[in-house]
Ligand binder design. Sequence first.
Ligand code: MN
Length: 187
Amino acid sequence: MTLEEYREKRNFKKTGEPKDKKRSGNKRPIFVVQKHDASQLHYDLRLEIDGVLKSWAVPKGPSINPNDKRLATETEDHPLKYANFEGKIPKEEYGGGTVMVWDKGTYKNLSVHGDKEISMQEAYKNGHISFELHGKKLRGHWTLAHMKNRGDDWLLIKKEDKHSDGRVNILKEDKSVKSGKSIEEIG
Ligand code: MN
């Protein structure tokens, strides 16, 4: 799903969400997880691939327990600038509700096909992406795996490493990494 779709869904006179497409200027690609208190609370995972933020809505949010497989439904691409968006989308608008920058940082592509290293674009097309997150809350090795015959549904899974933990609920770290605010304070 392209940025066209992102633009079509929004009235930029009414929402403070960013409009422009812009490169991040970072050498390392970025990621963001935005907590989105819309009609259904969810977390949006976005990875910079090919100059846009490829996006997945994760209803239960990420888990650092390697036994958890979290449903991640792909949504429309977002512009890179969206990674800094925190605030309120008017209720009657698309995605209406409060958006918090729950985690943000850079990532490293770890995707392989067989024993060959492949690009994120290729991994995305193959439906199996591996990456190492360098965020404030999320770190280490993760995978996103497209489920066969399930449309836009993928699974987000933490790989076992020194950053995985079966006892910690990472979602309890509940303040914005951008402003330090809670979702209520942003709203
Ligand atoms: Mn959302």
